[in-house]
Design a protein. Structure first.
Length: 318
């Protein structure tokens, strides 16, 4: 089970998630005790979820943000960066196991048609090409919808690429398990709310959107130097079009291994705001997994010493 880094359980009345029921998103949601106990409301799109959170229709929203094979989920990242003022509360990471599921009694050799979403079939392309080279691949709205289509059909030659939770939900058998082409496939999800910053745990991330004051040589380096000078590691950095400018008008989205309560990161954010003019705070939240914080702790200790040294000098001012 993957849990939030805080180890805290907070009661939520309603949680909106990227549905329908039986998707990997719901499977990830079920790993969180507080979310599993809440009323779960599926939405068709990520913007619909974020709109519902902002409007107070649901307490929190649960959305996919990154896949270890496909990379960032840009429509989620862009919605958080440009279209909504919400705060990330935690991240959840689960292993993605694609299964070939079918009605009870259907064998692998019976299958001639497979339903799923293009992302899933792409991640299982080699397996499908080698095991079922003649199978007809048909697109579905979601992996859960693919499983539902199979469950509601009387055909004995069809299957779906879907998670185990979808097979359980629709009474299907797993004909072949873990059929993805690459091992270690994982997806990261984010829990977002209207406001509130989780308390620091010592193992946190902070997400920022940093706009360039001017598109000029060295602008990215000047941003990175602020983090490097304070020995703050960036777990992710990428550029996105600002949406309100022309070609070449980009901002940078960074995920830093620190919490906004850390003085080193706070100083970095102050400097970036002064230099760049516009920085959007997306949240500080518990990070998943084990991580070495030795470099940041060492830098923090040296910062305290330097701060005390400077305070002593300032104390001499008449």
């Amino acid at each position: 089970m993957n849990e939030s880094g805080s180890g805290q359980v907070t009661a939520f009345g309603r949680v909106g998630f990227f549905g329908p029921f039986g998707t990997f998103t719901q499977q990830a949601l079920q790993t969180q005790a507080d979310l599993a106990a809440a009323e779960q409301i599926p939405f068709r799109t990520v913007p619909d979820i974020l709109d519902a959170v902002q409007a107070g229709v649901v307490d929190v929203g649960f959305v996919p943000i990154e896949n270890s094979i496909e990379g960032m989920v840009n429509f989620t990242q862009d919605a958080l960066a440009f279209d909504h003022d919400l705060v990330i509360q935690r991240e959840v990471v689960i292993d993605i196991e694609h299964c070939l599921v079918a009605r009870p009694g259907v064998r692998l050799t019976d299958i001639s048609t497979i339903y799923s979403i293009p992302v899933a079939t792409a991640q299982c392309h080699r397996y499908l090409r080698e095991t079922l080279p003649e199978a007809d691949i048909r697109a579905a709205n979601s992996t859960a919808d693919a499983a539902k289509t199979v469950a509601e059909s009387d055909a004995t030659n069809i299957a779906a690429l879907a998670p185990r939770v979808a097979a359980d939900l629709f009474g299907l058998d797993v004909v072949a398990a873990d059929v993805a082409d690459h091992a270690g496939n994982q997806t990261r999800f984010l829990l977002v709310a209207r406001d509130g910053v989780p308390a620091p745990t010592g193992h946190d991330k902070t997400a920022l959107v940093i706009y360039q004051r001017a598109d000029e040589p060295g602008s990215l380096i000047s941003i990175l130097q602020e983090f490097a000078a304070r020995r703050i590691n960036l777990s992710n950095l990428f550029s996105r079009p600002t949406k309100d400018g022309g070609l070449g008008d980009y901002c940078f989205i960074v995920y830093a291994d620190a919490h906004v309560s850390d003085e080193l990161l706070a100083d970095t954010m102050r400097s970036l705001h002064a230099k760049q003019g516009r920085v959007k705070f997306l949240g500080s939240y518990p990070a998943v997994g084990e991580h070495a914080d030795v470099a940041r702790a060492d830098a923090g200790g040296r910062w305290d010493v330097a701060d005390a040294w400077l305070a002593a000098i300032r104390a001499q001012i008449n």
